[in-house]
Design a binder for this molecule. Structure first.
Ligand code: PMP
Length: 360
């Protein structure tokens, strides 16, 4: 069996050792004669899996004790509604920074419930940069301030986390959580869909400061209330058990690899190989402004649609898969999440060089 290099933006490549371990345990989890998929979520085996996953995440991200870790479903997209429904109870008001499609969707959803101020946007620059923020534009009475730390489609990322003082900072970290160390205490709430750096789709992780768990209005669904998950230890109903199990194995893999400092170095090294080549290339270029570039999602273009299509096809034939850019922006995009090995990036750059020689 040959594994390819999978540059998909998500669901994305997972560590091979994790997949092997899951395969080993598929039919008989630790001698219980059942697959993890067949275990009761209330049984002792799954309880241990669940506790290990939460503990693993707490250790890897160094999550302070006054933060709750919640395991939810509904994708990162459900958080676009849950965040305003839960966090805007006081003034029904929040500030958002618009840096791409995922913040646009979050803004559209939140506007159903609250009064919303877009304090900065890079839409006029086709989302090729993270806009400069001016604290004078921030609302003094916002219930929270919302950003997406990494913009999966456009390949931009904040190089510095905004200072919002007493206003809780909410971050969509779906595409760069666990890629480098972060100071969780700077955030009121962090959420991430699992299907990039955490595990299989179907699981969404929420990390929320305890004092922000204040419940929702009476007419809001029970399952949209963070308090429901806090009070029931994420087991008000059946959680996404198998995804949580794989996530636990991924957290263990990160720990064994030296934690997030080591992961950051691994990711910086990979991204640099691609960005350095893009700077030197006369055929390919990065559309993203230098001071806004993501370590996780790296778009690049030739400027010629036919040539881009030829590149994507030939790369795929060589086992370099899923390099097509998002349907709304075109070109190419290499997503190089934690589990993408350096060898995959070297193979990509070598193929880009070969393609450039043949097509310049
Ligand atoms: N936010 C970001 C930054 C994303 O990249 C994505 C999906 N790729 C989403 C939100 C939406 O995630 P989901 O499909 O889990 O709802």
């Amino acid at each position: 069996m040959a594994r390819v290099y999978n540059f998909s933006a998500g669901p994305a490549v997972l560590p091979e050792s994790v997949l092997k371990k899951a395969a080993e345990e598929m039919l008989d989890y630790k001698g219980c004669g059942m697959s993890v998929m067949e275990l009761s979520h209330r049984g002792k085996e799954f309880k241990e899996i669940f506790q290990n996953a939460e503990e693993g995440l707490r250790q890897v991200l160094n999550i302070p004790q006054n933060y709750k870790v919640l395991f939810l479903q509904g994708g990162a997209s459900l958080q676009f509604a849950m965040v305003p429904l839960n966090l805007a109870g006081k003034n029904k008001k929040a500030d958002y920074v618009n840096t791409g499609q995922w913040t646009k969707k979050a803004i559209k959803e939140a506007k159903k419930y609250i009064d919303l101020n877009v304090v900065a946007s890079s839409q006029e620059d086709n989302f090729t940069l993270i806009p400069k923020l001016d604290a004078n534009n921030f609302s003094k009475d916002a219930d929270y301030f919302y950003i997406a730390t990494n913009n999966t489609i456009y390949g931009t990322a904040y190089q510095q986390i905004p200072e919002t003082g007493d206003i809780p900072l909410v971050a969509d970290m779906s595409s760069n959580i666990l890629s480098e160390p972060i100071d969780v205490s700077k955030f009121g709430l962090i959420f991430a869909g699992a299907q990039k750096n955490i595990g299989p789709a179907g699981l969404t992780i929420v990390i929320i400061r305890e004092d922000l768990v204040n419940g929702v209005a009476d007419n809001v669904a029970t399952l949209l209330d963070y308090k429901t998950y806090v009070e029931a230890g994420s087991m008000y109903n059946t959680p996404p058990c198998y995804s949580i199990y794989i996530a636990g194995l991924v957290f263990e893999w990160i720990k064994q690899g030296g934690g997030l400092k080591a992961m950051q170095k691994h990711n910086q090294d990979k991204a640099q190989l691609i960005y350095d080549y893009l700077e030197a290339s006369t055929l390919f270029r990065s559309p993203v402004k230098k001071d806004s570039r993501s370590l996780m999602n790296i778009p690049f273009v030739t400027g010629n649609d036919a040539l881009d299509a030829k590149f994507i096809k030939q790369a795929s034939d060589k086992g370099l898969k899923m390099l097509k850019g998002h349907r709304t922006v075109g070109g190419m995009r290499a997503s190089v999440y934690n589990a993408m090995p350096v060898a995959g990036v070297k193979a990509l750059v070598a193929f880009m060089q070969e393609f450039e020689r043949q097509n310049s």
